[in-house]
Design a protein. Structure first.
Length: 278
């Protein structure tokens, strides 16, 4: 996503036809394209029957949220079950989990927690330092097989529910839970570059992708859909936690606009050095 974001911006600034009709990314990628004027603003409500909820849209209708990722804790259910499962990031630091934890080398999502409206910089920095000592090593979000072969038993934070739910559906002893003290919803967006070769076809495709039919296909093949589309499977996961008092933070484009995207990028670099013990 970072590479395609940079490529989309470069193509637009060079006045070349975009190499893709649809750009894909999370909020930080979309914001970078908004700031450079790369994306086509669209009045979706005027014509797209499946894109009527304004919560689906980035500012100016420049992008549409097509899925809702839930960062959290992935674990091997043969190793931990019931009361032994870590339910929060603070739980992960308990002595009984030392030697079982894997962390991501890129400190996934901790830069977001460092925003003033969430944990703040001090608490997040202290936590990542403790996590670096608690973890027995580093692994990427798409390497859940390392939780199955016994190298690790817990991954914190996993980028989304997609990987563990896919493996669980195949019969693997894999489970995922949203951390009770870090409940985050990260929209995955699609957008149409101004210099797209087929902008109208791209917009029609995005409208279709927000239909219940297409969302059901997404849920079936990737185990993630948009919680904002009626009938959403992801929404049921979120609503179960909300009923127990969990309040989710939305990591949408507006979140980055409120919290200084450049500062979050600087903080992330610092957190990555801590988690990698550099």
């Amino acid at each position: 996503m970072p590479m395609m974001t940079a490529k989309s911006v470069e193509e637009y600034q060079a006045n070349r036809t975009a190499s893709t009709d649809i750009a894909l990314g999370y909020s930080n990628h979309v914001l970078a394209m908004i700031q450079t004027g790369t994306l086509e603003p669209t009045d979706w409500a005027a014509w797209a029957p499946n894109v009527q909820d304004p919560r689906l849209l980035a500012p100016g209708g420049t992008a549409v949220a097509i899925q809702s990722s839930l960062p959290g804790i992935t674990y091997n259910s043969q190793r931990f079950s019931g009361a032994a499962v870590p339910r929060s990031l603070e739980d992960v630091l308990k002595p009984q989990y030392k030697g079982y934890v894997g962390a991501t080398p890129y400190a996934a999502w901790f830069d977001h927690l460092a925003a003033p409206e969430l944990w703040g910089l001090q608490r997040t920095t202290e936590y990542v330092g403790l996590l670096a000592d608690q973890a027995s090593g580093l692994m990427r979000c798409n390497e859940e097989d390392r939780l199955l072969n016994g190298e690790f038993d817990i991954l914190v934070l996993d980028c989304s529910q997609r990987g563990p739910l896919r493996l669980k559906a195949r019969g693997a002893p894999m489970e995922f839970t949203v951390a009770a003290d870090a409940p985050l919803i990260a929209p995955l967006y699609m957008a149409v570059p101004k210099n797209a070769a087929h902008p109208n076809a791209a917009k029609l495709w995005l409208n279709y992708l927000l239909s219940r039919e297409a969302q059901d296909i997404l849920l079936e093949v990737s185990f993630v859909d948009s919680h904002l589309v009626p009938g959403s499977g992801t929404a049921r996961q979120i609503e179960t936690l909300q009923a127990s008092g969990v309040k989710f933070a939305q990591l949408d484009v507006e979140f980055y606009q409120r919290n200084d995207e450049k500062e979050l990028t600087r903080i992330l670099a610092d957190l990555q050095r801590i988690i990698q013990k550099r």
